[in-house]
Design a protein around this ligand. Structure first.
Ligand code: SAM
Length: 222
């Protein structure tokens, strides 16, 4: 039977992949990977020799039809991204929707994603939260920040190393400077660390410590 498997992959530590994800990647007829070179390291590590094709934000629209055609015959496809769960600030949504519209079965395996460990280890309320992904870089940024300034749930943002300071500064302008924040960096990697404090303190901290890596920001509204 045809099926699209959405398969989460490690966000840093190669050990963070489930046994079932490895089985699915081995038994699929085809793996769609965001960057075939990035994923080759993981696939090689687990002796996975399934054929791999690229599927990323620049070709996903173009490839949808041919992928759905493959899935019309007896074919299993595993979708992976560079890190974490496809569809979470990564390509995936379009293909999942197209499969559902074409009555192709979809199964997302549980597994790594960056926001869950960051949220849980933040120490901020995680019974209800709002996942915000990346803030818009230019157009719509101010509008989004204004909207969020009245949010009552814990907020989770993704950020890249070269914009972390700008984003923390912007947050300090739209939220009370005493609001609690947690900034996790390089989760599951060698230099993993989490800064916890007020927004104001986080700005001071990252002004002093120009750090590299990938970041998850968790912000408590009050
Ligand atoms: N699909 C991924 C997921 O499920 O989390 C997210 C992919 S998104 C393109 C990349 C962003 O995720 C980074 O800029 C960072 O905000 C966050 N991220 C990914 N890996 C991370 C890590 N090891 N530590 C901290 N943040 C990470």
């Amino acid at each position: 039977m045809s099926k699209l498997f959405v398969v989460p992959t490690p966000i840093g530590n190669l050990g963070d992949i489930t046994l079932r994800s490895i089985e699915v990647l081995k038994s699929a007829d085809l793996i769609l990977a965001e960057d075939t070179r990035t994923s080759s390291k993981l696939l090689k590590h687990y002796d996975i020799d399934t054929p791999v094709e690229s599927f990323h934000m620049h070709n996903e629209h173009k490839k949808l039809e041919s992928i759905i055609n493959k899935l019309r015959s007896d074919f299993e496809i595993a979708l992976i991204s560079d890190a974490g769960t496809p569809g979470i600030s990564d390509p995936g949504f379009l293909l999942v929707r197209e499969c559902i519209n074409n009555e192709v079965e979809v199964e997302c395996l549980p597994g790594p994603t960056a926001f869950v460990p960051a949220l849980v280890s933040s120490g901020l309320p995680c019974d209800r939260f709002s996942f915000e992904g990346f803030l818009p870089v230019k157009k719509g940024r101010t509008k989004r920040l204004k909207e969020l300034s009245t949010e009552t749930k814990t907020m989770v943002f993704y950020e890249s190393p070269h914009r972390i300071l700008k984003t923390l500064n912007d947050l300090s302008n739209y939220f009370e400077v005493e609001s609690q924040i947690s900034v996790s960096r390089e989760l599951t990697k060698l230099y993993e660390e989490t800064f916890r404090g007020t927004i104001k303190e986080s700005v001071e901290h990252f002004e002093k410590n120009k750090t590299k890596g990938e970041f998850v920001i968790v912000l408590s509204p009050k």
